[in-house]
Design a protein around this ligand. Structure first.
Ligand SMILES: C[S@@+](CC[C@H](N)C(=O)[O-])C[C@H]1O[C@@H](n2cnc3c(N)ncnc32)[C@H](O)[C@@H]1O
Length: 131
């Protein structure tokens, strides 16, 4: 087993059976580019598993205790990180992107199958994306 450090948009290799993103997609400046790259390097039957905060698709749906914490972190950390990577073009998804927006992005990247495979009652969504 080897470990390498690389960006999600440019890491090397092809034919991966599985790629995992843990709580990082919404921090990326260009998450669409990352999803497209991963889509390109997955094996035909490969899978991308994305773990993201468990957020509702509307602001109103996130106006709860957990949402307040996530929006605070999102404002000061996640969106800033995204902006740092891609400037004015940054996606700035933030920690409360929600499944609908993440799914739309995945479909734009060419994934044809997206499903919520699991979730905790607290704050994690697992999305399983297949080419
Ligand atoms: C909230 S932290 C999550 C860290 C860890 N995966 C976890 O779950 O505890 C977000 C991570 O996304 C990584 N990240 C941000 N932009 C990235 C990119 N373009 N490519 C790869 N990783 C990126 C950061 O380096 C950071 O480690």
């Amino acid at each position: 087993m080897t470990f390498e450090t690389a960006s999600a948009e440019t890491f090397a290799g092809t034919g991966y059976d599985a790629v995992f993103i843990f709580d990082a997609l919404h921090d990326m400046g260009d998450p669409l580019a990352a999803l497209r790259h991963i889509r390109d390097v997955l094996a035909p039957e490969g899978v991308l598993v994305v773990v993201e905060p468990n957020a509702a698709d509307t602001v109103e749906g996130n106006l709860n205790l957990v949402g307040q914490i996530f929006y605070s972190a999102s404002t000061f950390i996640c969106t800033q990180h995204s902006r740092w990577q891609s400037g004015e073009q940054a996606a700035c998804l933030g920690a409360q992107a929600g499944q609908a927006r993440l799914t739309a992005l995945a479909e734009q990247a060419g994934f044809r199958s997206v499903r919520r495979a699991a979730e905790t009652p607290f704050n994690i969504v697992v999305l399983e994306l297949r080419p």
